[in-house]
Design a binder for this molecule. Structure first.
Ligand code: IMP
Length: 423
């Protein structure tokens, strides 16, 4: 610390929640800078499972938790998440701050996304259907509503009437869907405002002041770098920039404040939704790993697609994010294999390449080139020190370090907090 970013270095679901929870013990503030409730971060404490979608996982450790300006926020979901945590003894009110500049996800965003995914048919992105893309579209089109807009009832009514008229035309005329009721929406939004009013503020000031006072700030990335709108497998990506570079704009602080960037990477690879995935394995192997690794989306419950570790992908995302250390998660899941393939390059049209192509049409023509490493065929879930890992597990990690060019700083071998190895 003082300012550390945790980012996903694959297609999301790398176990960032677990990594953030680990590092949050030492933090004063935990801050999200992009995305919305398309994220799903799972943390286990004993036999209790906590699934976070909007609120930073730091809330579990009683840390001040900030939803930054770069986020898109569905206040109904936020309220549900808060109530669920409060009912389980985790206080949220008092520890939550919401940026007044964050954009709102509104019911018409979800309806339009649903209709648009249906319209795309075979070309559907496979989104989480949480209204994320349409909310970011409105932000960029300068017709979005921001959290701070809820403060002034008259101004809110005026903005809503204009935008709802437009959205209802889209819904009814283009998508042949039912319209939304503007009066009901207004009443709901005012009620949400009354509930969250004390938490809504200029969070850039809070984070900046904390940094000036040398407090420890942890930035919790959501999704993964391969889902980045600019650098991922476009168009099969999310609508924000999960990259570490987005912290500055997403929070409203200068980039010089960032001290350390930790990349979370699974010891293999998963992805949900459509899009290219060069190291994807056959369904029989995938099923086995899916069951032992609990590979079902924590937001949508969808079965995740599974593949071997792809050093070309992680090499690229180390470069894109400036990752300085990798937290390798789910290493225990590989304990069943005699041999473990690792992708070290691609063969594209007869040529071997080591840099991931940016166009998905090119990527689709690439075939993964593997090296096979010997497995360790044992249960490592109780190992607490790197030196106590089987030689072949150590060798696997060292090989990943060589391939992607950064050291492994943490290894997670199970879902519990104490199943963590610090290197
Ligand atoms: P959206 O973010 O809901 O628009 O979905 C766009 C793509 O990103 C889909 O393939 C989703 O499955 C994927 N996606 C979004 N958030 C996550 C995440 O946190 N983990 C894994 N995949 C995600």
């Amino acid at each position: 610390m003082p300012a550390t970013v945790v980012v996903g270095s694959q297609w999301g679901d790398e176990g960032k929640g677990r990594v953030v929870d680990l590092l949050a013990e030492e933090a004063d503030l935990v801050v999200r800078y992009q995305g919305g409730n398309n994220a799903g971060h799972t943390v286990w404490v004993g036999d209790q499972r906590y699934a976070f979608h909007l609120i930073p996982t730091g809330i579990l450790r009683g840390k001040l938790s900030v939803l930054g300006a770069g986020m898109v926020i569905d206040l109904e979901v936020l309220l549900e998440e808060e109530s669920e945590l409060a009912s389980r003894g985790v206080p949220v009110q008092g520890n939550l701050r919401i940026s007044e500049n964050a954009h709102l996800i509104l019911p018409y965003h979800k309806l339009i996304e649903e209709a648009e995914e249906k319209r795309r048919g075979k070309r559907a992105i496979g989104t989480t259907r949480r209204g994320i893309g349409p909310a970011y579209e409105d932000k960029m089109a300068r017709r979005g509503l921001r959290v701070g807009d809820l403060r002034d009832p008259d101004a809110l009514a005026e903005k809503l009437s204009d935008v709802v008229e437009y959205k209802n035309l889209m819904l009814t005329k283009v998508y042949k869907s039912p319209p939304v009721d503007p009066d009901r929406l207004y009443t709901d939004l005012r009620a949400f405002y009354d509930h969250f009013a004390d938490a809504i503020c200029d969070t850039s000031v809070i984070v900046h002041d904390a940094l000036v006072q040398e407090q420890r700030v942890l930035f919790e990335g959501a999704h993964g770098a391969m889902l980045d709108i600019d650098w991922g497998t476009y168009p099969y990506v999310t609508s924000s920039n999960p990259l570490a570079g987005a912290v500055s704009a997403g929070i409203g602080i200068g980039p010089q404040w960032i001290d350390r960037i930790v990349g979370a990477a699974k010891a293999y690879t998963t992805r949900v939704g459509a899009g290219p995935f060069p190291t994807e394995v056959e369904e029989d192997i995938a099923k086995d790993m899916r069951d032992s690794g609990g590979e079902y989306g924590s937001t949508t419950g969808r079965a995740r697609r599974i593949g071997w570790f792809d050093a070309v992908v992680v090499g690229k995302t180390v470069r894109l994010n400036g990752i300085q250390g990798l937290a390798i998660t789910h290493l225990d899941v590989l304990g069943r294999f005699e041999e473990i393939p690792v992708c070290v390059g691609y063969r594209c049209g007869g040529e071997q390449v080591s840099v991931l192509p940016n166009q998905i049409e090119l990527l689709a023509r690439c075939e993964a080139v593997y090296e096979s490493l010997p497995g360790w065929k044992s249960d490592i879930s109780q190992v607490k020190r790197f030196a106590d890992l089987p030689q072949n597990a150590q060798r696997y990690l060292r090989h990943i370090e060589e391939l992607v060019g950064v050291p492994v700083s943490h290894v997670l071998v199970g879902r519990q907090r104490d199943q963590s190895i610090f290197i």
